[in-house]
Design a protein around this ligand. Structure first.
Ligand SMILES: [Zn+2]
Length: 83
């Protein structure tokens, strides 16, 4: 069974979905989707710290979702790297 590949929005490499952090925009809500099943528009970032830094620095999430992303969302993503 092959697992779905998704692109990290920061390094643009393809990864196994399970190796990525999924962020979802559903209407006005933006959140880290730990279940990988939430409905809405998804964006992915890999576990490479450099990708996180680039994501924050260049506000890649705002670009992916074409809207303002509140700082707490970035904090939520960062928390995923500390696990
Ligand atoms: Zn990456």
């Amino acid at each position: 069974m092959d697992s779905p590949q998704r692109m990290c929005m920061s390094c643009r490499r393809q990864y196994d979905k399970r190796d990525l952090i999924r962020i979802v925009r559903s209407g006005e809500n933006i959140f880290v989707d730990k279940t990988f099943k939430a409905a809405g528009r998804g964006a992915y970032v890999c576990h490479n710290k450099e990708c996180l830094q680039r994501l924050v620095k260049h506000k890649l999430l705002s670009k992916a979702f074409k809207c303002e992303v509140p700082p707490n969302v970035y904090a939520e993503i960062e928390a995923e790297y500390d696990r």
